[in-house]
Design a protein around this ligand. Sequence first.
Ligand code: FAD
Length: 380
Amino acid sequence: MKILLLGAGFGGLELSSALSEEFGDELDITLIDRSAGFVFGFSKLDVMFGRTTAEAVFHPYVDAVKPGVRFVQTTIRSIDPTTRSVTTDDGDFAADIMVIALGAEVDPGATPGLIEGGHEFYSNAGAFALRDVLADFPGGHVMIGVTSTPFKCPPAPSETALLVHDLLATRGLLDTSTVSLVMPLGAPIPPSPDASAALLEAFAERGIAWHPGTLITALDPTRRVAITADGEELAYDLFLGVPKHQVPEVVAESGLCVDGWIPVDPHTLETEHAGVYAIGDVTSVGTPKAGVFTEGQAVVVADRIIAAVRGRQETMTYDGAAACYLEFGEDEVARVDIVFAAGEPPHGSMAGPDAALVADKFEFGARRIRRWFGREWRQF
Ligand SMILES: Cc1cc2nc3c(=O)[nH]c(=O)nc-3n(C[C@H](O)[C@H](O)[C@H](O)COP(=O)(O)OP(=O)(O)OC[C@H]3O[C@@H](n4cnc5c(N)ncnc54)[C@H](O)[C@@H]3O)c2cc1C
């Protein structure tokens, strides 16, 4: 049986590892990605705030050899879900089962003035370039603003606000600086009242201004003001933005999307096409766009593929549960456990923040690099 995995991000890496672990050389698995390597979403913040380097957080695919898995670095140009096939810059590929894990891309150009008057921290290039901008910032008002929903890792803007505050404190700039966080959500992490309350307390303690229910629609670079959906103008000196998200162009052109994202069965991750699954940020499955949710979906799809190959019953359906780590600044991390089960209101709880969870978060990343790439990771 042939398996085609499109995208070697959080989803593709977990799925290829799970299938290789089960089948070894028994199965013909092709994993395609245009990138030369993987970077965790949270590593963007580590580089941006000068804790580590871009080289240290980049995990090259080239030497990660998994039995049964052929990695092909190429760009996918078209997807045909009816024949479970793709065309790429390096030829055509077809399979019995195809899994689309191509993620979400950001489009800073969709927000007028963002490229000219601000910075985005959601792409690797954007976040890595901010390292020098933040290191050279002379002080003033730093605004973290969200320009569109949905967006990846909903806690990331809150984490960024706290880490900006830390950086300003370390650089001795707090007397001449302020930080504000402008978000369309009504709470920092709506499904977890504990985490939201702790974040709001942390913002209040540090004097970080919190603007809930507010979407930034444009920047005026000459006057350095951010314009909200209600037409209000908010002045800033340094704007760090979360840009508009969308599926990669090849997915948009595949005919698979409804309202911009691929709809899937929330329990099985099946698309409407036989033998075609979609997982992670590219879908509208109903969970936040975060790697930990994508990973849970990959585990369920692996179970279904194993069941199909072994001729047995599937043992799992997707439960929408995940735990993610949340940077609180001042060398503390919290852990938020959240469940987004289909048909139920989402709910969650929080542990920490404390210094012990810093080591847990470190091990979270190290464990995955060991599993996916077979190597140890020196993160800092
Ligand atoms: C600042 C920030 C912080 C974050 N922090 C966290 C966190 O702490 N925890 C967490 O769980 N998540 C976090 N995330 C979110 C996380 O990074 C994503 O949700 C996760 O990577 C999604 O996994 P995925 O497999 O769906 O897509 P991705 O990991 O994005 O993988 C998609 C892959 O598809 C490839 N691709 C796309 N188009 C093509 C094409 N045409 N041809 C070939 N290849 C293609 C891409 O190169 C990419 O490797 C964060 C994100 C950001 C921006």
